[in-house]
Design a protein around this ligand. Structure first.
Ligand SMILES: Nc1nc2c(c(=O)[nH]1)N[C@H]1C(S)=C(S)[C@@H](COP(=O)(O)O)O[C@H]1N2
Ligand SMILES: [Mo]
Length: 201
């Protein structure tokens, strides 16, 4: 503590959820190896309860591009405020996807081998929101590989383990299924203001 984290002052109490400290810098939190994927090789596959489709980098770049400023809360108790990104709204990308009526949840799949192919689950209520986006720039630079480049998801209203780095696929489901950390004891939803850190068993 101290050197890397500071306690938020009272003026930030509506910005920093309970049990969180402000990070100096932007820590990297990765389980396992960092995939190295170029923009040319990157693609986003859609499967499950949706018409299967594979989107290239150019397909995604043809959608409206916006700047986003969002707070970022890691369940290991650090938060970083006002992170600046550029990306594509989830709602805009969803217009390219034909969902089946029974779809209620989505599993985000990341690039990576074997156990490192990270997954994390969301309900469609938590996924399809105006404030959620696919990010490809961080603070004006191409998204660095360690932060999930070339493309990651950002879901600001939930703990950051719900924001898959190196996103490569969206699998639509008719029920909630646990992703990587959810199978390992983390909460299925992960709302930081309610401190939904771990599942109660
Ligand atoms: N593919 C993948 N996505 C991931 C992770 C990971 O290990 N692999 N870690 C998650 C966790 S726990 C956090 S806090 C954030 C960290 O993002 P950052 O490394 O850019 O700070 O990414 C999330 N997305
Ligand atoms: Mo995290």
């Amino acid at each position: 503590m101290g050197k890397f984290f500071e306690k938020p002052g009272p003026e930030l109490s509506d910005r920093v959820p309970p049990g969180q400290h402000l990070a100096k810098g932007f820590p990297v939190l990765t389980y396992g190896a960092t995939p190295q994927i170029s923009r040319d090789d990157w693609e986003l596959r859609i499967w499950g309860l949706a018409t299967p489709i594979t989107l290239s980098w150019a397909d995604v770049m043809a959608l409206p591009i916006h700047s986003f400023t969002a707070d970022f809360h890691c369940v290991t108790t650090w938060s970083k405020l006002d992170v600046q990104w550029r990306g594509i709204r989830v709602t805009d990308l969803m217009r390219a996807i034909a969902l089946e009526p029974s779809a209620s949840h989505v599993m985000q799949h990341s690039y990576g081998d074997g156990d490192f192919a990270y997954t994390t689950n969301l309900s469609l209520d938590d996924f399809v929101r105006d404030e959620n986006f696919f990010a490809f720039e961080l603070f004006g630079e191409p998204l660095p590989a360690e932060h999930g480049g070339p493309m990651r998801l950002v879901v600001p209203h939930l703990y950051a383990w719900k924001s898959a780095k190196w996103i490569r696929g969206l699998e639509f489901l008719s029920q909630d299924e646990p992703g990587f950390w959810e199978r390992n004891g983390y909460h299925h939803r992960g709302e930081p203001w309610a401190e939904e850190r771990y599942s109660v068993r």
